[in-house]
Design a protein around this ligand. Structure first.
Ligand code: GLN
Length: 447
């Protein structure tokens, strides 16, 4: 049924870069065989799942929406892919993204944009726009994305679905093609918070193949949902209600969400987290710096595209010139500049110090409250093409989501009301590191 829905609807939406019909049928048959044999088929038995195309899938092309990876087929599965298969999930395909996950609208894909299923003239958000659109369009009840500065939560908000960025280290990054390694985190898109809890249970937990994987067994997330929000202390982040570009209707929904939590038994107060106002500036030095280093491996020798030239140096230059799109080149240049000897301390070092301040301010806030609430995206979905010519305007989309990446804390976006244009608004709930239980409890109370 889901493959048929994709066949009918994805011509317009373009959520998928690759639909793996044969692989999906084989995986579904394997689940049937397990059931027929009387064995446990796993907690996600037969559940169709879509994967952002920056997660390695053995034998299935993985492009990062970049020409530079065209033709590359990974020889191994990402840890999340292995864990989903072991749980009985059925991967239906790979979804569109901004090239190397750099963007907020999925318009930076080398293979054309994804459209918002609610309004095809609007963007789905990004960078995991294909995964968000796949769930919103009913192509799959579960999809995975990666979130470096908001790339799960912002498209979830714009597409009216739930998007969870777990604590940094909660989900293994093994097999996730790196953008900014100290910020990247994989997480689910779902229709409900309970589905997100189940999905995290399946893919999360320690992994020896990721050195930054958080140790210790995961709590039972679904059990936490049963506890409700009675007595939970909720803080509304005052700075994020009035950040540059945050539409009044979006701020109002964040306030309304806090009131809904209060009505459900939580205590609510406004709290100040002053350093979040510098998050965007710090992120756009740290993320490009890490990206410039991570993307050095795409040299025409090891992966995908190779543009022939007389010498190795010229071959590398020609390959990277043709293979990378404009935004990726912009990030590599920004990052290389920020890391260069004369500027390292003034830019990269300073950004790292700001990162520490953000962690400190969050820690102080979490002495007063258990979870924090804010808008997710400053606006509802915007028109295709509206922001492509102005990268700085595009970067502002992440002003509310970036702080939790810099601190490594978990955060989730839940649909909460609609804007004057009838499009979905998302509200963000944040919690301290490894605080997914309280996070999910609060999020569920907003459904
Ligand atoms: N939009 C942000 C960026 O372009 C975040 C991307 C992400 O989370 N992958 O860097």
């Amino acid at each position: 049924e889901h493959l048929a829905a994709i066949e009918v609807g994805d011509g317009d939406v373009h959520a998928f870069l690759h639909v793996d019909v044969d692989g999906a049928r084989a995986a579904a048959d394997a689940v049937d065989a397990t059931v027929a044999a009387g064995d446990d088929p796993g907690p996600l038995a037969g559940v169709p799942v879509a994967l952002k195309d920056n997660m390695c899938t053995r034998g299935v092309p993985t492009t990062c929406s970049s020409r530079i990876l065209e033709g590359w087929v990974p020889p191994y599965d990402a840890t999340v892919v292995e864990r989903l298969a072991a749980a009985g999930a059925v991967v239906v395909g790979k979804t569109n993204l901004d090239e190397f996950a750099m963007g907020s609208s999925t318009e930076n894909s080398a293979f054309g944009p994804t459209r918002n299923p609610h309004d095809h003239s609007k963007v789905p958000g990004g960078s995991s726009g294909g995964s968000a659109a796949a769930v919103a369009a009913g192509f799959a009840p579960l999809a995975f994305g990666s979130d470096t500065g908001g790339s799960i939560r912002q498209p979830a908000a714009l597409c009216g679905v739930v998007g969870l960025k777990p604590t940094y280290g909660r989900v293994s990054r093994y097999g996730l093609i790196a953008f900014a390694s100290s910020l990247d985190q994989i997480g689910p898109f779902t229709r409900t918070v309970a589905d997100a809890a189940l999905a995290l249970q399946v893919v999360g937990g320690p992994d020896a193949r990721d050195a930054t994987s958080a140790p210790g067994t995961q709590p039972d997330y679904l059990a936490a949902l049963d506890r409700g929000v009675e007595g939970l202390r909720v803080g509304v982040v005052s700075e994020l209600l009035s950040m540059e570009g945050v539409a009044p209707e979006v701020a109002d929904q964040a306030r309304a969400a806090a009131e809904a939590l209060e009505a459900a038994g939580a205590s609510v107060q406004e709290v100040s987290v002053p350093a979040v106002t510098y998050g965007l500036s710090a992120y756009y030095l740290i993320a490009p710096a890490e990206a410039s280093s991570n993307l050095a491996r795409f040299d025409g020798v090891r992966y995908g595209l190779r543009v022939d030239a007389p010498t190795t140096d010229e071959m590398m230059v020609a390959t990277r010139t043709q293979g990378f799109g404009a935004e990726v080149k912009r990030r590599i240049m920004l990052g290389t500049y920020a890391l260069s000897a004369g500027y390292y301390d003034a830019f990269y070092g300073q950004a790292q110090r700001v990162r520490t301040l953000i962690c400190r301010d969050f820690a102080a806030a979490y002495e007063q409250v258990d979870v924090l609430v804010s808008p997710t995206s400053p606006t509802t979905a915007f028109a295709l093409g509206a922001k492509v010519a102005d990268p700085l305007t595009m970067y502002l989309n992440d002003v509310c989501t970036i702080p939790s990446n810099l601190s490594g804390d978990p955060a989730i976006s839940v649909p909460f009301g609609t804007g004057a244009d009838g499009l979905p608004i998302g509200v963000q709930v944040m919690a301290p590191a490894l605080g997914e239980e309280d996070l999910l409890r609060a999020a569920q109370a907003l459904e």
